[in-house]
Write a protein that binds this ligand. Structure first.
Ligand code: AMP
Ligand code: MG
Length: 406
C-alpha cells in the first residue's frame, strides 16, 4: 500500500472545482416531438399575440352590450375556424361557439343558458358587460412578452407553448455523451456465475440508470481489467467519442488502483481525494487535447459510487445541458436518530422521510456501510452531517438533499 499523494479536498471545494471546469455543451435545433426533458438554450419571446383574435370562451350569442335587455335578430353563426363575415350592428346578434371569432361590432358574448330564443330572435338579459365571455387578443400572451427563459427544462406546458407560437423546433443544449466502464479483476458480467472471489458488476447498471436520469446518453464499455495497458486502450478509445468518462473502482491507494495515474497521464487530475463519507477516493480530471472533456473516477464501493455521483457528477451533467438549477432540492429535516459525525469528513447519511405534521422526519436506512446498497434502496434523501466530534441528537434539524419525497 502507498500513501496517497493527493490532498484531501473539502467536499464543497471539490464540487466547485468540478463545476468550474465543466463546460456547457453546444446547441442543436430539434423537433418538438423530441424536446421533452431537454433544456432551452435561448430565451423565447412571443412574436405575435395569443389569442391572435378575440375568441369566444363559451357557446352563446355575440352582441353589443348596449343592446342589453333587448330582443335581437340573429344574423349568422361564428364557429371555431369558421368566422362570420358580417358585422354586428345595433339590434342584431350572431350565434357563436367556443373558439369562434368575436364578430366585428360585438363587444361581449352572452351564454346560451342566459337567453330566450324564438326562431331567429334572441332576447338577452339586461346589464351586459363589455368584454365578457371572450378572450381578448393577447390575453394569454402579448407580443414581445418573454415566454420561456434559457435554462428552462422543457416539459408538457413549455412544449405546448412553443407549438402554440408556431415553432416546430427549439434550440436546446446537447445531451452529454458519457462513456461508462467498470474496472476490477474481481468483476464478472451480471448473469454469469461468479467464481470464488469474484462479484457481479453492479455499479455499471446502477450508474447507467443514474446517468440517464441526469439526462446523459451513455455508451456502455464493459469491464476493464486491473492492467495499465488494456485499461488505457479502452479509456483512450472511449474518450474519442465521449464528452465525459465515468469509471468505477480503481481509485483508492491499493497497488491495483490504476485510474488516477492513467488520468494524470491523459490530462490533469484536479481532485484526487475528498473529505466525504462515503466517497473519499473520488477523482476528477480534465483531459488534454481538443474539446473540453472531463473524467470522473468514482470509487468502487456501490454506495460510494452513487453518492459521489449525486454530489459531483449529476450537477456537472446538468451544467453541461444548460440547466439553471444544478442541485437537487435541499430541505431542512428533523433527525429521528442520533447521528454520529465523522471527525473530518462531511457525511451523507441515507434516510427515508416521513411527514409528521409540518415536519419531514428522517429515519436511518440502517447500516451505512459503503458496500451496503440496501442503505440507498428506497432512500428519500441524503442527510448532510458536517464533520465534528459532537453527536447530533435525535430531534436536531439538518439539511437533506432530497432524492424523492414520501
Ligand atoms: P476499488 O475502488 O477498485 O478498490 O473497489 C472497492 C470495492 O468496491 C471492491 O472491492 C468491490 O467490492 C467493490 N466494487 C468495485 N467495482 C464494483 C462494481 N463494478 N460493482 C460492484 N462492486 C464493485
Ligand atoms: Mg478495484
Amino acid at each position: 500500500m502507498r500513501v496517497s499523494s493527493y490532498p484531501l479536498v473539502d467536499a464543497a471545494e471539490a464540487a466547485a472545482a468540478v463545476l468550474e471546469r465543466t463546460p456547457v455543451l453546444g446547441v442543436e435545433h430539434i423537433a418538438l416531438a423530441d424536446c421533452a426533458g431537454r433544456v432551452l438554450a435561448q430565451d423565447l419571446s412571443a412574436l405575435s399575440p395569443l389569442p391572435a383574435f378575440p375568441s369566444s370562451a363559451v357557446d352563446g350569442y355575440a352582441v353589443r352590450s348596449a343592446d342589453a335587455g333587448k330582443t335581437l335578430r340573429v344574423v349568422g353563426e361564428s364557429a371555431a375556424g369558421r368566422p362570420l363575415a358580417d358585422r354586428i350592428g345595433s339590434g342584431t346578434a350572431a350565434r357563436i361557439l367556443t373558439g369562434g371569432v368575436l364578430p366585428d361590432g360585438a363587444d361581449c358574448v352572452v351564454m346560451v343558458e342566459e337567453v330566450t330564443l324564438d326562431g331567429e330572435l334572441v332576447t338577452v338579459p339586461s346589464g351586459l358587460q363589455t368584454g365578457t365571455n371572450f378572450h381578448a387578443v393577447g390575453a394569454d400572451l402579448r407580443t414581445g412578452e418573454k415566454v420561456l427563459s434559457a435554462g428552462t427544462q422543457l416539459g408538457a406546458a413549455e412544449i405546448g407553448l412553443a407549438a402554440a407560437m408556431g415553432l416546430p423546433q427549439l434550440p436546446v443544449h446537447r445531451r452529454p455523451q458519457v462513456a461508462l466502464m467498470s474496472t476490477g479483476d474481481e468483476l464478472v458480467e451480471v448473469g454469469k456465475v461468479p467464481g470464488r472471489g469474484q462479484i457481479q458488476d453492479s455499479n455499471r447498471w446502477a450508474l447507467l440508470a443514474a446517468l440517464r436520469e441526469a439526462g446523459a446518453e451513455v455508451r456502455l464499455l464493459g469491464i476493464a481489467p486491473d492492467e495499465p495497458g488494456p485499461l488505457r486502450r479502452l479509456v483512450v478509445e472511449a474518450l474519442g467519442q465521449a464528452d465525459v468518462l465515468v469509471t468505477s473502482g480503481g481509485v483508492s491507494v491499493g497497488t491495483h488502483d490504476l485510474v488516477k495515474p492513467l488520468l494524470e497521464s491523459l490530462g490533469t487530475v484536479h481532485v484526487g481525494r475528498v473529505k466525504l463519507k462515503p466517497g473519499k477516493p473520488f477523482t476528477f480530471a480534465t483531459i488534454a487535447g481538443e474539446g473540453h472533456k472531463v473524467a470522473f473516477g468514482l470509487p468502487g464501493f456501490p454506495v460510494s459510487s452513487l453518492v459521489t455521483f449525486e454530489v459531483f457528477v449529476r450537477p456537472a451533467l446538468r451544467k453541461m445541458q444548460g440547466f439553471v438549477a444544478l442541485q437537487r432540492p435541499s430541505l431542512a429535516v428533523r433527525l429521528a436518530y442520533d447521528a454520529r459525525p465523522s471527525a473530518d469528513r462531511t457525511e451523507y447519511q441515507r434516510v427515508t422521510l416521513r411527514r409528521e405534521g409540518p415536519d419531514l422526519v428522517a429515519h436511518s436506512t440502517g447500516s451505512q456501510s459503503s458496500s451496503r446498497l440496501m442503505s440507498l434502496a428506497g432512500a428519500h434523501a441524503l442527510v448532510r452531517v458536517p464533520p465534528g466530534d459532537q453527536r447530533l441528537r435525535s430531534g436536531s434539524i439538518v439539511e437533506a438533499m432530497i432524492l424523492a419525497l414520501p
